[in-house]
Write a protein of this length. Structure first.
Length: 58
């Protein structure tokens, strides 16, 4: 069973592997689907966090 701590550890390892693959140009071995999913969810989280700034700016 994955606990939150073990999930965080596995996620951290996945990030480190992905960063290393990107740095070394090993694009064919990237976990592209999960990388795209993570980037999209990060973008959504950031836009939700700062949407009030955008609304007040316009």
């Amino acid at each position: 069973m994955l606990t939150l701590q073990s999930y965080d550890f596995v996620y951290y390892l996945w990030l480190q592997i992905t960063i290393e693959q990107l740095r070394n140009g090993h694009f064919s071995t990237l976990d592209r689907e999960n990388l795209i999913e993570e980037l999209e969810s990060t973008g959504i989280a950031i836009s939700q966090r700062y949407s009030h700034i955008y609304l007040n700016f316009c």
